[in-house]
Design a binder for this molecule. Structure first.
Ligand code: NAP
Ligand code: GFB
Length: 313
């Protein structure tokens, strides 16, 4: 069976991929198996495992405030991991690499919706420029191997991802898991549920299980330029709406307040997913049925309550 090695295999998306039942010999790696920042260790890992294909998820990841406050780490750790993995993929003749970017790497001052051809058309938002340039270099690195050697190194570009097994750390997490944790504690301690910023910024959220399915589709069927994996433009919601859905799921709507002393970050990064939906329709006569944010949040809140003790936080 084809050996599919998943770096970052125990994170939010890695755990969702573990639910995918396909006839592949999956190997899910964590940082305990190998620190991918270390070139020698990465080389020895490839010598030992001899992967056929790789889904490269491993990264130093976090929400707005981690990106703003830990720029050196967001740049250096991601540059090192990505360089080592892509180079080893070529040197060990890996048949297919699917690498993961993010819509926050697109230009900040641009027209909307954003499509794949606009990726390098200007600087990203200052709040996450360190992480964004590390990811842009990952795309350039993959593109270079495609052009010079014909390697099947493909990049996918998800929007904000959420779901079970996320990182719920109060300071470093993305907005959705952070607010779920904050509302949980607010209700438990009979305190106000504080949402940072104005609540007006807009985001597209894809459920980790939908993303895992689309990443498997890309691994098996897609070999082209970088591809946005996202819900549609019309599914874009405000941070305030997401916060309300979380408060409703905890039956704690009365005590929700906004603290506008905190940054809103980028106002929006509306992504155009028509290249993906056209491909699915044309090649597979499929219209992908994305999990609705209302249903996804209710399920993730339930998961967090049931798994509070072991959740990353
Ligand atoms: P995550 O939950 O934080 O998981 C990251 C994974 O990377 C963890 O399994 C971690 O291993 C591994 N890792 C970190 N440093 C490592 C190192 N030095 N060596 C080896 N492994 C290391 O991240 P995620 O949310 O699943 O993100 C998956 C991918 O999607 C990333 O490339 C991210 O940039 C991208 N992305 C995420 C979002 C989002 O909203 N979450 C949006 C767009 C794109 P351990 O488990 O051992 O710690
Ligand atoms: O998911 P998030 O942290 O990052 O969302 P980005 C930030 C938005 O949520 C801002 C608001 O408008 C915040 O003001 N927000 C409200 C909160 N309360 C909270 C809270 O308690 N915690 C957090 N984190 N936000 C990230 C990039 O941008 O998108 C990353 O920085 C990555 O690199 C990720 O690409 C997907 O969506 O703004």
């Amino acid at each position: 069976m084809v050996k599919v090695v998943v770096t970052g295999g125990h994170g939010l998306v890695g755990k969702a991929l573990q639910q995918v039942t396909k006839d592949f010999n999956f190997i899910f790696l964590s940082s305990k198996d190998c620190d991918l920042r270390n070139y020698q260790a990465t080389l020895e890992l490839f010598q030992q495992i001899k992967p056929d294909t790789i889904i490269h998820l491993a990264a130093n990841v976090g929400g707005l405030y981690k990106n703003m406050n830990q720029k050196v780490d967001m740049l250096e750790k991601n540059l090192l991991m990505n360089f080592n993995v892509v180079k080893c993929c070529h040197d060990f003749g890996v048949q297919k690499l699917v690498a993961c970017l993010s819509t926050c790497i697109f230009p900040d001052k641009t027209t909307y919706p954003i499509n794949e051809d606009m990726l390098h058309d200007g600087p990203p938002h200052t709040s996450n420029d360190a992480y964004a340039y590390a990811k842009r270099m990952l795309e350039i690195h993959c593109q270079a191997y495609r052009e010079n050697y014909g390697d099947k190194f493909v990049c996918v570009i998800p929007t904000n991802i959420y779901g079970p097994n996320d990182n719920f750390n109060l300071e470093d997490a993305h907005v959705l898991p952070a607010l779920i944790h904050k509302c949980y504690l607010a209700k438990k301690e009979n305190k106000d549920f504080i949402v940072r910023g104005t609540g007006t910024p807009l985001r597209q959220f894809i459920h980790s299980e939908d993303l895992a399915e689309l990443m498997m589709w890309a691994l098996e069927n897609y070999d082209g330029k970088s591809l946005i994996l996202s819900v549609s433009e019309s599914a874009e919601v405000s941070i305030g709406y997401v916060a309300k859905l979380i408060a409703k799921a905890f039956d704690y709507e009365e005590r929700m307040f906004f603290d506008e002393s905190f940054s809103d970050g980028q106002y929006k990064k509306t992504a155009d997913n028509t290249r993906l939906t056209d491909l699915l329709l044309k090649n597979h006569s499929t219209v992908f049925d994305f999990i609705k944010i209302e249903e996804g949040i209710t399920e993730t809140v339930k998961w967090f309550i049931e798994n509070y003790e072991n959740a990353r936080k």
